[in-house]
Ligand binder design. Sequence first.
Ligand code: GAR
Length: 209
Amino acid sequence: MKNVCVLVSGGGSNLQSLIDHVQNGTLAVHLCGVIASRDGVYALERAKQNGIPYQVVARKDFASKEAYNEAMLQAIERTGAEYLVLAGFLSILGETVIHRYANRILNIHPALLPSFGGKGYYGLKVHQAALDYGVKVTGATVHFVDEGTDTGPIVLQESLAIAPEDTAESLQQRVMEIEHRILPRAVSLLVQGRLHVEGRHVSIEEEER
Ligand code: GAR
């Protein structure tokens, strides 16, 4: 089974959904490690409860960006990861990691990229921005990670219609349900070698029936 390391910064509900899919047999991977960008986040508790080795690599603990990037690379390599999943990870990955794991890193974003993505768009801010703009649909995107922020080739997207009574909080909750479905699916496709990237385009090799 392929080794997948999950990078987190928060509550870890997407991490939990990966764990649940592995446990119910719908995602055939080994979750080899969890790395958090800060201490005390609930995602670490989830790793602990499920016996997944975890580490904290926080930018504030390093004097320079270079030292942080090197520590992050070492932490990732310690897990034996073949693939990386950014599941609510709010730090920036160094280019060495991005190049070493080219086309092997997925990120989940709580909007339909390229809308409401990029620097500063995370968590509730994304949903508030969608509401403020007045869009009628929003959703979630799983994409490959490249050197930009939220700019890599798109793997899966799913949308929902915004209701007049939606708030940033209700949208977050409704979009999360999509996230918890499409992230495990994308990870499964990736480790099975069924995602083919050509420029910005990702084609999905369908399963033989
Ligand atoms: C998720 O909604 C994820 O899409 C978002 O943070 C949340 C993390 O929740 N990521 C971003 O906004 C990245 N720009 P979780 O810790 O419960 O999985």
